[in-house]
Design a protein around this ligand. Structure first.
Ligand SMILES: [Zn+2]
Ligand SMILES: [Zn+2]
Length: 334
């Protein structure tokens, strides 16, 4: 089975935190945190449809400018999520530049900014052609922490403690559609973009009669024919449980917060978790509102995740990265 979502940390564990999630066979990606993005090629940033910012400490938000610079003038609408005060933070960034020349661009960029609160979302729009003036402010209710819900996947969030609110995130694929390669061959069907259409129709729960365009040779030339979705599902598809990828940074180990983290990341296939400090630095962790390696491992263990990836190590521990990994893994494995 080929997973649909391919997550990768942006920097090494001592660099600014950030995660990019690539979509299989689709020109699309999700970005978690906007720290130093110099290691991310423009081609990847141009695939990003949604950005999820945990909080706006500089190591999680300094990359905003690079991101905007890259997507500017491409006619895109990007949706950005962040915690309390996020709309002000984005507005402040945008006001730091002079936008008198934006009229020279036919295609510009629109940022739809979403601020996450316990029971509601605040949204605002910043369009380059408006010189990034804030427009369209609105408020909508939020329940269950689901901030994005698409046919194929959803994004869940929890507001965590870091002296300021800090968002943890989990991406959940609703179910996974596997295409049987052996059947493709025996049915003489070539793989291609139509398989994405097929998967989309299944995720959108179309009826069995839904027509899917399948490549075929028509009068000796390459063309398409329509097949019933129900037949293709029966012949080509195996449905399996979806992936879950969780991302938690900059937060503290205490009972209330742990409950929120464990609930958010439960059963994740991969749990990306910060661990700036070594196991014995619990006091330092509490003071600075960060996790130790051992605490990251304990949380992963309690949540029953399959794989733990720790990162966002303190620069002070640049020669102890092995110890940070080991302590986390020991606590995780018990
Ligand atoms: Zn922070
Ligand atoms: Zn940080």
């Amino acid at each position: 089975m080929k997973p649909h979502f391919h997550p990768a940390l942006i920097n090494d564990p001592l660099g600014d935190p950030g995660l990019v999630v690539h979509f299989l066979h689709e020109s699309r990606a999700l970005l978690f945190d906007l720290g130093d993005l110099s290691a991310v090629p423009n081609a990847v940033l141009l695939k990003v449809s949604h950005v999820f910012v945990s909080h706006t400490h500089i190591d999680h938000f300094i990359g905003f400018d690079r991101f905007l610079r890259t997507v500017f003038g491409r006619g895109k609408t990007i949706r950005m999520y962040g915690p309390e005060n996020f709309i002000d933070n984005v507005e402040g960034k945008l006001r730091g530049f002079t936008w008198n020349l934006v009229a020279n661009y036919n295609e510009s960029v629109t940022l739809d900014v979403v601020e996450v609160h316990e029971d509601h979302l605040l949204t605002a729009r910043f369009r380059a052609i408006d010189k990034f003036k804030k427009t369209g402010e609105a408020r909508e209710p939020l329940s269950g922490g689901v901030i994005l819900d698409e046919p194929g996947f959803s994004i869940h969030t929890a507001i965590l403690e870091h002296r300021v609110p800090c968002l943890g995130f989990a991406l959940k694929e609703k179910f996974h559609v596997n295409i049987r390669k052996d059947r493709l061959e025996s049915l003489n069907l070539a793989p291609g973009a139509w398989l994405n259409e097929l998967k989309r129709a299944i995720h959108e729960q179309r009826t069995d009669d839904w027509p899917v365009r399948v490549p075929a040779s028509v009068n000796g030339k390459k063309g398409f024919e329509e097949r019933r979705l129900g037949d293709l599902k029966r012949d080509l598809v195996i449905i399996s449980p979806g992936q879950k990828i969780a991302y938690v940074v900059d937060t503290v180990y205490n009972e209330r917060n742990n409950r929120r983290i464990v609930e958010l990341v439960r059963d994740a296939d991969v749990f990306y978790c910060e661990s700036p400090f070594i196991a014995e630095e619990t006091e330092r962790g509490r003071e600075r509102c960060h996790l130790t390696s051992r605490q990251a491992g304990l949380l992963a263990r309690e949540a029953g995740v399959k794989q733990l990836r720790t990162f966002h190590f303190s620069a002070k521990h640049s020669v102890r990265t092995g110890q940070l990994y080991r302590e986390a893994e020991e606590a995780f494995r018990g």
